[in-house]
Design a protein around this ligand. Structure first.
Ligand code: ZN
Ligand code: ZN
Length: 336
């Protein structure tokens, strides 16, 4: 099969390798769509404690084409997406229902071969049924599940004025979830006009450049926003959120800032203004909710895809992703 491989950090090959075989409890998935994510760039750069060599790709969908021994919950021909996390299911965090902090957390496309290949072996227990969803939408279910996990951290209270910084696929999923959660107004901020156009196409209340936001914020949300979300991973943007929310406001850090980045926060402000601050890491148990939201159409996923490329174009996609250009989600389609 054709597969993209990171043999070690900073190395990428896309070449023919032998087809994998599903073991007991596993199935073979013919990958139809696989989303390129910032995490793939981190694995390429060697920032994550991944295992090498590895086939990256943790956001993917396809068809079940073969079953390993003892698989009763899937059938050949099933259209599926994959929940990529491999929880140990025995540690204290897993037992507490906090598996994203599993002491032995692994994931397809990070530590175990993932979806940037014609085929991928996956545990049957990690399959999610697509129903009538497209493969393309199926490839965006994992990031949507992460966004649901994020929104659950601080909630959306009906009537909230919400601002999301970053009009990429993640920002626009979070913005849609906030609107569904009862926000009175959702504002999306991004310097790239092409991305703001997608926010506008998704009927967000306001899609503004940072300059426009500064000029209009007090009129839009007098005294500040109830909930401010960073989906940029830019430390200066994350720092600015404290000045954007009202007293008793909530600040959510979703974007992945560089590990060594530092920001200045006044503990007095957090105390005096009763600010709530939360991070959000990965997902745990949100894939089914993601499928329901995508199938209902209440979260639109296909509009977040800006490019569909063959597997051979992975290097191009990775370079574009690491540069942070104008694109939204880039999806690779093995077999095309
Ligand atoms: Zn991802
Ligand atoms: Zn565990």
């Amino acid at each position: 099969m054709l597969a993209a491989v990171f043999p070690e950090p900073h190395q990428l090959t896309v070449s023919e390798i032998s087809d994998p075989t599903p073991g007991p409890g596993e199935v073979l998935v013919a990958v139809k769509a696989a989303g390129v994510c910032g995490t793939d760039v981190h694995i390429y750069e060697g920032d994550f404690i991944g295992a090498y060599p590895v086939i990256p790709g943790h956001e993917f969908s396809g068809d079940v084409v073969a079953l390993g021994e003892g698989v009763a919950t899937a059938a050949v021909g099933d259209r599926v997406a994959v929940q990529p996390c491999l929880f140990c299911e025995t540690c204290d965090y897993c037992a507490a229902g906090e598996g994203n902090f599993c002491r032995d957390l692994k994931a397809y496309g990070v530590h175990v071969n993932g979806g940037f290949a014609d085929y991928c072996v996956v545990r049957a227990a990690n399959l999610v049924r697509l129903g009538d969803l497209s493969y393309l939408a199926g490839a965006l279910l994992e990031p949507l599940a992460c966004c649901i996990h994020g929104i659950k951290q601080l909630g959306v209270v009906p009537g909230d004025n919400v601002v999301v910084f970053g009009s990429g696929p993640i920002g626009l999923m979070l913005a849609q979830l906030a609107r569904n959660g009862g926000a009175a107004m959702v504002t999306v901020v991004d310097p790239v006009l092409d991305k703001l156009a997608v926010a506008a196409a998704l009927s967000m209340d306001h899609a503004l450049t940072p300059t426009e936001f500064q000029a209009q914020r007090e009129r839009l949300a007098p005294g500040g926003f109830h909930l401010a979300i960073d989906a940029t991973g830019v430390a200066a943007v994350a720092e600015s959120l404290f000045g954007v929310v009202r007293d008793r406001g909530r600040v959510l850090f979703f974007g992945v800032c560089p590990q060594q980045a530092r920001i200045s926060v006044s503990p007095y402000d957090v105390y005096k203004r009763e600010l709530k601050v939360s991070g959000t890491f990965s997902l745990f148990g949100e894939m089914d909710a993601a499928v329901r939201l995508a199938r209902s159409g209440r979260v639109e996923l296909e509009k977040l895809v800006s490019e569909r490329l063959p597997l051979l174009a992975f290097q191009t996609a990775l370079t574009r992703k690491s540069r942070g250009g104008n694109e939204l989600k880039i999806v690779l389609e093995p077999g095309t």
